[in-house]
Design a binder for this molecule. Structure first.
Ligand code: NAD
Length: 377
């Protein structure tokens, strides 16, 4: 095992405050990671985080963090539209990266990041690590074992609702201002596909494999939203329906909607000639998998499933956003023991391809062939 990984937090907003810093500060991480540095351009936000988590360095500048923060790796917790540029800067500076989803908004950007990381011998873990979920792997196994006959079609996606307008962390604290969610409704990087549906698409492609081509319709249905008495205009599509072709006649419907979803969480429904899997239920009965007793012991459902992730033990069980912590922990282990994580940048790139190609299909009215693929773990 290697040294303690010195971690830099890029953006001290909602996910950093709710999901990343609290988990990395738990005692059982002390021998593996040090919360070393944090940056955020909003005056006072990084300093407040540094004080709360006893971090040695804070700045309003990302360049400063890379130059003077003494970090080995960064967790990029900024708006999605900044991830590509910040990722390239981190790699140029010799830092390993955990990307909060989504890594980039285009395949071309993902290609550049992957190539530079390879050239520099640096590691990228790109959330969301749905491949790590024993339930997703159980769905994949059940289909491979013929439990629903020949798979015929599937549906998976997510609805925005008012989630990012209502998160409690967004309310300001003392002199530190409220965390503005406007970017979730702007380009590049806004909209429910890059933020939420990517969970569903990572899960569905883990189960069914890579997509070959897509067609789509897309638009804006809620023209504005309100946050802290401010009107936020919607500029990125908030309602997209995608048809995905997996080959051999198998298709899926993917969606990123302004409101409404099919299943709880981001799980899919898979229909076959002899049955269906809906969420984690096979023909109405909960799927069996080795880690299920852990889920059951933790109340089942979303909370129970979090507890079946490999690093979500002890105090981490029951803490919020444990799946995000799991992905950061994957990078920390990989840096320390040089054993590659199953959460790959190539898989993230393929999901980015689905989203980017869907927008292009909607814009042009033409079906788009995907140019990427990935090895299933
Ligand atoms: N909120 C969630 O539930 C959630 C869950 C999982 C993952 N994520 C992902 O985490 C990322 C951040 O989301 P969020 O909800 O925390 O956003 P947020 O708006 O709450 O926070 C983003 C933070 O980044 C800061 N920032 C802006 N420009 C910056 C820059 N140039 N350098 C450094 N920091 C900068 C902002 O000031 C803000 O504090 C996104 O990729 C999102 O998809 C969010």
């Amino acid at each position: 095992m290697g040294d303690i990984v010195r971690m830099g937090i890029v953006g001290a907003g909602t996910i950093a405050q709710r999901g990343i810093m609290p988990h990395l500060a738990v005692d059982d991480m002390r021998d593996k990671v040090k919360l070393q540095a944090v940056c955020d351009p909003v005056p006072g936000r990084a300093a407040a985080a540094a004080e709360q988590y006893e971090m040695a360095f804070s700045s309003e500048s990302y360049e400063d963090l890379l130059e003077k923060g003494d970090v080995d790796a960064v967790s990029i917790c900024s708006p999605i539209g900044l991830h590509y540029e910040q990722g390239m800067m981190a790699l140029e500076a010799g830092k390993h990266i955990h990307f909060n989803k989504t890594m980039t908004t285009t395949v071309a950007e993902a290609d550049e990041l992957i190539a530079l990381a390879e050239k520099k011998g640096l590691k990228i873990v790109a959330s969301p690590g749905e491949v790590l979920r024993p339930q997703v792997q159980a769905v994949r196994r059940a289909i491979a074992e013929g439990k629903i006959g020949i798979p015929v079609w599937a549906i998976a996606g997510a609805g925005f609702g008012t989630y990012h307008l209502d998160e409690p962390e967004r309310r300001g604290k003392g002199s530190v201002p409220a965390i503005d969610p406007s970017w979730y409704f702007r380009k590049p990087g806004g909209g429910p596909l890059y933020d939420m549906s990517v969970y569903a698409f990572h899960g569905m492609t883990t189960v069914l494999g890579p997509v070959k081509r897509v067609s789509a319709v897309s638009g804006i249905v809620v023209p504005e939203r309100t946050f802290a008495d401010k009107t936020v205009k919607t500029e990125a599509d908030d309602n997209t329906g995608i048809l995905m072709d997996f080959g051999n006649g198998l298709f899926a419907v993917g969606f990123g909607s302004a409101a409404g979803s099919t299943n709880w969480w981001f799980t899919g429904t898979y229909f076959g000639t002899d049955g269906k899997i809906e969420g984690f239920n096979l023909n109405g009965e909960e799927l069996e998998y080795p880690e299920r007793p852990i889920s059951d012991a933790n109340g089942g459902g979303v909370a129970g499933a979090q507890a079946t992730l490999p690093h979500v033990v002890g105090d981490h069980v029951g803490m919020e956003e444990a799946h995000v912590f799991e992905d950061v922990a994957q990078l920390i282990d990989w840096v320390r023991d040089d054993k590659a994580s199953p959460v790959t940048a190539q898989h993230a790139r393929h999901v980015i391809d689905i989203v980017e190609s869907a927008y292009r299909a909607a814009e042009t009215g033409q079906t788009q062939e995907l140019t990427t693929t990935f090895e299933r773990n």
